[in-house]
Design a protein around this ligand. Structure first.
Ligand SMILES: [Zn+2]
Length: 281
C-alpha cells in the first residue's frame, strides 16, 4: 500500500524461508511465496532479482501471479556481462541482456538493472571502452524497456555510469543508484543520487557499516538516510523507493531472522517514501 503521500515502495524478490542457494532456485512456487510475503508486509512493487533462468511461459505465469497478488512489476536485475573490449565479453553481455530483455517484456517490467563493464573514465582506454559499451547497449535496446545502469563504490564508476547514460539517451537508459555500493568507497550515497539527478529511474536502497556489501534494511547500518532523503527530494525523483536486500545474509551480521529483516525493510522503505514530496507515479 503506498505511503500516505502516494509514493510507492518495494523490494527485490527474496524467499522468506531462504530455501535458496543460488538465483536459479527461484521456481514458480518459491517465487509465489516470496511475492505473497512481500505483499503481506506492505510492499507495492518488486524487482525480480533472479528471472533470467525462466522461459517465456514461466515469465508469463509469474506476470499473472504478480498481478493477482497485487504487486507492481517494477524492475528486473540482469547479472554480470563481460569485458566489452573483447569479442567474447561482448558476446556474453549481449547474451545476458537479450535474455533479460525478452523476460522483462514477458513479465511486463519496464526497467532492466545492469552493471556496466566500465568503472573509470580517466584514461584513453576508458573512453574507448565507453564508446564500445554505448554501441553495444544501443544495439540491444528494445521497445518498452530501459537499462538502469548501476554504480559501484567509486566516484569514477559513477562518472562512467553518467557518461554512458547520457550517450545512450533517456529513452534507452537511466541510472540505478545502489546506496550500499556508494557507501563502500569515495562515492557516497548522497553524491551518487545528486550526480544521477533526473537520470535516476530506480534505486537499490540498502545499508551497511562501511565494511562489506551487506544489503541490510535502511537504518540498520551507518548510511546517513537523512541525506539520502534530502538528495532524492532535491533531484525530484519520481519513481519507486526500491530496496535491494539479500537472500544470502552473512549470519554474523544478523540479529534477526530473514522474515523480520524483510519486515524491517518494508517499514524503513515506507518511512523513506513518506518523507518524499507527494507524487503519484
Ligand atoms: Zn545493487
Amino acid at each position: 500500500m503506498p505511503a500516505p503521500n502516494g509514493r510507492i515502495f518495494g523490494c527485490n524478490v527474496i524467499d522468506p524461508v531462504l530455501e535458496v542457494r543460488g538465483g536459479d532456485d527461484y521456481s514458480l512456487a518459491i517465487t509465489e511465496r516470496s511475492l505473497e510475503f512481500l505483499r503481506e508486509i506492505g510492499h507495492d512493487a518488486i524487482e525480480y532479482s533472479h528471472a533470467c533462468h525462466w522461459s517465456v511461459e514461466e515469465c508469463e505465469a509469474v506476470r499473472e501471479m504478480t498481478a493477482r497478488i497485487g504487486l507492481i512489476p517494477w524492475s528486473l536485475h540482469a547479472w554480470a556481462g563481460g569485458d566489452v573490449t573483447t569479442d567474447e565479453g561482448r558476446r556474453s553481455t549481449a547474451a545476458v541482456l537479450r535474455v533479460a530483455t525478452r523476460n522483462a517484456q514477458a513479465l511486463g517490467v519496464p526497467i532492466i538493472v545492469h552493471h556496466p563493464d566500465g568503472q573509470r573514465l580517466d584514461r584513453d582506454e576508458d573512453h574507448e571502452r565507453l564508446r564500445i559499451e554505448t554501441e553495444l547497449l544501443a544495439g540491444l535496446a528494445a521497445p518498452g524497456v530501459r537499462f538502469a545502469l548501476e554504480n559501484m563504490q567509486t566516484l569514477a564508476s559513477m562518472e562512467y555510469v553518467v557518461a554512458l547514460v547520457d550517450l545512450l539517451g533517456s529513452d534507452r537508459a537511466g541510472v540505478c543508484v545502489d546506496t550500499g555500493h556508494a557507501a563502500l568507497g569515495d562515492l557516497g550515497p548522497g553524491r551518487a543520487l545528486r550526480m544521477a539527478g533526473s537520470r535516476l529511474i530506480t534505486t537499490h536502497l540498502q545499508d551497511n557499516r562501511g565494511q562489506h556489501d551487506d544489503h541490510m534494511p535502511p537504518g540498520d547500518g551507518a548510511i546517513d538516510w537523512d541525506d539520502v532523503v534530502a538528495a532524492l527530494t532535491e533531484i525530484d525523483y519520481p519513481g519507486c523507493v526500491l530496496l535491494e536486500l539479500t537472500d544470502q545474509p552473512g549470519d554474523a551480521m544478523r540479529r534477526v531472522t530473514i522474515r523480520e529483516e524483510l519486515a524491517r525493510g518494508a517499514k524503513a522503505a515506507r518511512g523513506l517514501a513518506a518523507r518524499l514530496p507527494a507524487r503519484t507515479v
